[in-house]
Every structure is written in structure tokens, then in C-alpha cells.
Design a protein around this ligand. Structure first.
Ligand code: ADP
Ligand code: MG
Length: 243
């Protein structure tokens, strides 16, 4: 099967300008991500990860260069069109979960469908399906403050999936949770990726990045390394040792 491209970033630069100085946050970055990939973007603080995440998520536009997301040229769109593309094509997962407090997890997951124009009777069915998928089918009427951080992040994953986005975009998804729960979240990502979901995850933690199949390293606004299929390579070595 011919590979389809989810993300095509070409010669992207981002310059933040203030009255006193200019900061080059991204400096002529180019890469593509195929549909079905699971990619981690890694780099030290200040390297340009959040800037890149904002551009990939259509939350901000590059100063120069082109960005094609799932076949649509993003840098030409108006703010309204950007909002629309975000809602249809991207499932966001943030470090801070960004769930509504004092609201049931079922309602939290139903919310994007209200904005997305999904018929009322379908919203609950779909929300329930994705909450079951992340192992929270027995917590539907718990409010967000009644569950753990790891469970809250699983709710956020279900919420990111209900509009069936072209990709999941996660910014430090395990930054606020304990390590055992972080492993659970990564195992959900792996299951989703095995089922064909495209995942782009920003992290500064090597242990988390190693769950991805490809690791892009960013430093001073440039890509310094792009490791494809590294996990498969490790797996092969292990098999080799066993035989
Ligand atoms: N809104 C902004 N205005 C000015 N400079 C910014 C802004 N956002 C980020 N920067 C600068 O751009 C560079 C990259 O920042 P960022 O993308 O947040 O890196 P990271 O997420 O890897 O820590 C840093 O030097 C940062 O200080
Ligand atoms: Mg950042």
C-alpha cells in the first residue's frame, strides 16, 4: 500500500519579534510524517518543541515555510479556518489534562462532539465507547476530581479520539503523572498506534520517547537527529540474542 502523508513540514521557520530582539525558535525545519506513525519529538528546554507543537497543531502559523496537514495547506488559512481544522483533524492531549472540573468524565468526553455537530443521541454512545477503550467504562459518572492523574489523562485521550482526528498531538502527556500510570498511558498509545492511529508526542523524557517508533531530536530550532524504526531495531537485537 502506498504511504499517505499526515504531516508535511517544509522549510519552516518561526521568529518571535519583540521591540528589542528577535528569537529564532525554529530554523528551516523540514520533515514528513506518514499516516500510522508514532513519533516522539525530543529536545532540551528552549529548543523549540512547544513552538513546533503549536505549528503542527494549527494553533500558530510559521513565519515562513509551508505546512500541509492531511492534505490541507495550513499556513494560508484564516483564524476561523484554523479553528475548524483543529477540531476536525487533531486530537490534543496536554500535560495539564485540561478537563472540566466538577463535571463527569462522560460529559467531558461528549463536549467536543457538541462543537463538532455530532447528533445528540450519538454523542453518549461514542463517548462511552472511547472511555471503555481507555479502561474507564466503569467510571462514567465520576467527576474529574474523583479520579487519579493517570485516569484523568486517559479521559483526555478518550476526548481526543471522539472526533476521529487524523492525528493525536500530545505535549508532555506524562509530565504530571506518576511513572506507573505513565506506562499505562504509553501502553494505550501503543495500542492506538497498532490500530493505525498517527501519534505525535512531545517529551523531554527518554523513557517515554522510547515508546515511539521514531524519535526526532530538536536543538536550537533545528532537527539534529531523526531515528526511524529504532524500537524495531532493538526488538530484532533481542530476538537475535535469544536464538
Ligand atoms: N512567545 C514568545 N515570544 C518570544 N520568544 C519566545 C516565545 N515563545 C518561545 N520563545 C523562545 O523561543 C525559543 C523556543 O521556545 P519553545 O518552543 O518554548 O522551546 P521548548 O518547548 O523546547 O522549551 C526559546 O528561546 C524561547 O525563549
Ligand atoms: Mg515547551
Amino acid at each position: 500500500m502506498k504511504k499517505q502523508i499526515a504531516i508535511d513540514v517544509s522549510h519552516i521557520s518561526k521568529i518571535y519579534k519583540t521591540e528589542v530582539m528577535e528569537t529564532v525558535a525554529l530554523d528551516d525545519v523540514s520533515f514528513t510524517i506518514d499516516k500510522g506513525e508514532f513519533v516522539a519529538i525530543m529536545g532540551p528546554s528552549g529548543s523549540g518543541k512547544s513552538t513546533l507543537m503549536h505549528i503542527l497543531g494549527a494553533l500558530d502559523k510559521p513565519t515562513s515555510g509551508t505546512y500541509i496537514l492531511d492534505g490541507e495547506n495550513v499556513e494560508k488559512l484564516s483564524d476561523d479556518e484554523l479553528a475548524d481544522i483543529r477540531n476536525r483533524k487533531i486530537g490534543f492531549i496536554f500535560q495539564a489534562f485540561n478537563l472540566l472540573p466538577r463535571t463527569t468524565i462522560l460529559q467531558n468526553v461528549m463536549l467536543p462532539m457538541r462543537y463538532g455537530g455530532v447528533p445528540v443521541e450519538e454523542r453518549k454512545v461514542r463517548a462511552q465507547k472511547y472511555l471503555e477503550m481507555v479502561g474507564l467504562g466503569n467510571r462514567l459518572n465520576h467527576t474529574t476530581n474523583q479520579i487519579s492523574g493517570g485516569q484523568q489523562q486517559r479521559v483526555a485521550i478518550a476526548r481526543a479520539l471522539v472526533m476521529t482526528p487524523a492525528m493525536l498531538l500530545a505535549d508532555e502527556p506524562t509530565g504530571n503523572i506518576a511513572s506507573a500510570q505513565a506506562e499505562e498511558v504509553m501502553s494505550i498509545f501503543q495500542t492506538l498506534n497498532d490500530a493505525g492511529h498517527t501519534i505525535v508526542m512531545i517529551t523531554h523524557e527518554p523513557d517515554i520517547a522510547y515508546h515511539a517508533k521514531r524519535i526526532i531530536h530538536v536543538r536550537d530550532g533545528k532537527i539534529t537527529e531523526d531515528l526511524k524504526n529504532h524500537v524495531r531495531t532493538v526488538a530484532k537485537k533481542l530476538t537475535h540474542l535469544e536464538t
